[in-house]
Design a protein around this ligand. Structure first.
Ligand code: ADP
Ligand code: MG
Length: 348
């Protein structure tokens, strides 16, 4: 009898606990996958779906993201972009609306950055061992680099109607610095069209956030400590609070090789043909859409802090955070005029 009473008394308390947890944290759906040589994650807050609805949504999102990769990858010989690259003529090459849109934005960012951002770096990216023909661990020689400079340059491409024309028939395109952002935007646009307001879409660290998270707060996104040491992989410099904004980070601390005491990273200065030599190790951009954030973050790696901050400060609704590292490993953090209001520094 005593035991029974205890059980009866316990039940209401237990229910209350569950209800109170529910009122703080709304349900959340999460999807994970792989694409573009990296991982993606999608969170949708405040909705519950049946198992069928859930798997249908996952299939649609996954095929949308894989579809962007199948169009824009330089690693798939059958992608639309690989076919464009294999066309060594000056004839107009008709493009799908998606590829047209990304190439067009890439060309606009080249114009804005005086050619620091340049999707025609593909032959150089390959030569330096950061592209689809595999890695190398020693720098190429000057002659090899100079020989490619004629093929590189965004002015070698023009867009007419729905087609691309190469002025130099050997020009080839690399969308690695912009396509992830575009894929994030496409997934976010799809979710909005399906009526979801509260979501976070992330591919390889490039994110777009809509509405609020499951706690009802703006989405919190960490900025990683720019160091490739394994123990630092989860270490954060700080976190950014995002609402109806996208954010992308470019870094020189993951994709590089060291040779004779010099570091050669995957961000190429299109004018010299060499990897950038400034001290910037990472740059993060907050923008209205992720395609811009992605391309701008890469641009900042080339422009460096002085020209980079000046440029970002001149843009509406766009902020940036840059980190430099000196030879001793000391970090200097710099931010655009409005970045601070999104940012909480990690004090550890
Ligand atoms: P991640 O791939 O790590 O997200 P980025 O967005 O900065 O980094 O993209 C870097 C890639 O962009 C390089 O691996 C290369 O394929 C390409 N790239 C290198 N230099 C440039 C450049 N100046 N402009 C445009 N794309 C570049
Ligand atoms: Mg980028």
């Amino acid at each position: 009898m005593k035991n029974k009473l205890k059980v009866r008394l316990l039940i209401p308390g237990f229910l209350f606990l569950i209800l109170s947890v529910c009122s703080y944290k709304k349900p959340q759906i999460q999807f994970y996958g792989q694409t573009m040589g990296t991982t993606y994650s999608i969170k949708i807050a405040g909705v519950s779906l049946t198992e069928n609805e859930r798997s249908r949504l996952y299939e649609e999102l996954d095929s949308l993201i894989q579809g962007v990769n199948e169009r824009m990858s330089t690693y798939l010989d059958s992608s639309e972009l690989s076919l464009v690259n294999a066309d060594h003529t000056t004839d107009p090459i008709p493009l799908s609306p998606e590829l047209y849109r990304v190439i067009k934005r890439g060309q606009e960012v080249s114009g804005m950055t005086g050619g620091a951002f340049d999707i025609t770096v593909q032959p150089l990216v390959r030569l330096w061992g950061f592209g689809n023909t595999g890695r190398r661990w020693t720098p190429p020689n000057d002659y090899e680099i100079k020989a490619l400079l004629d093929e590189v340059g965004y002015k070698n491409l023009t867009l007419t109607g729905n087609a691309l024309v190469k002025k130099n028939p050997n020009a080839e395109i690399d969308l690695s610095a912009i396509a992830k952002g575009y894929a994030v935007d496409s997934a976010a646009e799809f979710l909005i069209a399906e009526g979801y307001e509260n979501f976070m879409v992330e591919i390889g660290g490039e994110v777009s956030c809509g509405g609020v998270n499951a706690q009802g707060d703006p989405w919190q996104i960490g900025i990683q400590y720019p160091d490739d040491a394994v123990e630092d992989a989860m270490k954060l410099i700080g976190k950014v609070s995002l609402r109806e904004k996208a954010m992308a980070t470019s870094g020189n601390y993951r994709n590089y090789f060291d040779y004779n005491g010099e570091r050669f990273s995957h961000t190429i200065d299109p004018k010299t043909g060499y990897p950038v030599t400034n001290k910037v190790v990472s740059s993060t951009v907050i923008a209205r859409n992720c395609m811009d954030a992605d391309a701008y973050a890469t641009s900042l790696m080339v422009l460096g802090p002085e020209a980079g901050l000046k440029w970002i400060n001149s843009l509406d609704g766009t902020e940036c955070f840059m980190v430099e590292m000196d030879i001793g490993g000391n970090l200097t953090q710099m931010m655009s005029s409005g970045f601070q209001r999104y940012f909480t520094k990690n004090e550890n």
